[in-house]
Design a protein around this ligand. Sequence first.
Ligand code: MN
Length: 242
Amino acid sequence: MSEKPDDASRRTFLKAAAGAVILATAGGPLLSGCGKSGGSGEAGGGPALPALPYAQNALEPYISARTIGFHHDRHHKKYVENTRALAAGTPYEGLDLVPLVRKAAADTERKALFNNAAQVYNHDFYWRSMKPGGGGAPAGRMKDLLAKSFGAYDAFRKAFLEAAVSQFGSGWAWLVEDAGKLAVVKTGNADTPLTTTARPLLCLDVWEHAYYLDYQDRRADYAAAWLDHLANWDFAAGNLAG
Ligand code: MN
């Protein structure tokens, strides 16, 4: 499979990071600076925790700084630490994130490594899938492709929110591109479209840790607020162009 989606994601992330306030809230060697690509750390060092491309309170009132703080500095960081620990001393040590996830996905002996590494990838993608002042219907090529694939933006919105709400238990809702058409998919736990032929464009984390402090059990409200006010269509378009 082509490396293009990830390369495009990195370019978009680097562009976003260069113009943003970076809050380095978790020090130490696991935190890659703004010059590092998402999820890929020191040379040969394996996955690392990327700095957020915005301040922790930048997504308020839709997602609180408290939620982002726990989510990035505790949950995401733990997935990075677990990935590095599980890869240490194995043929996976030092692999970049995307090849690591794909290799582990095909290795039935490495389920824990896959789960943690895929969660690192998914979270990298999630942070970049949202931005302050985002959301609503996109313009340009994304608008045209959504219309071609779903009939209209509202039909896409309904399908995406339905996927987010109907994912039983923990998981993710995604907008992906496959064979020239856009589609909404949902994945359980750590599963990711990265291991399929589809190219991820946007993702929404529907694990309870992503919203419970702000919305408690109202996942539908979180998903709608996210899509209407935070979804980063520039990031989606950048992934498409890659
Ligand atoms: Mn999460």
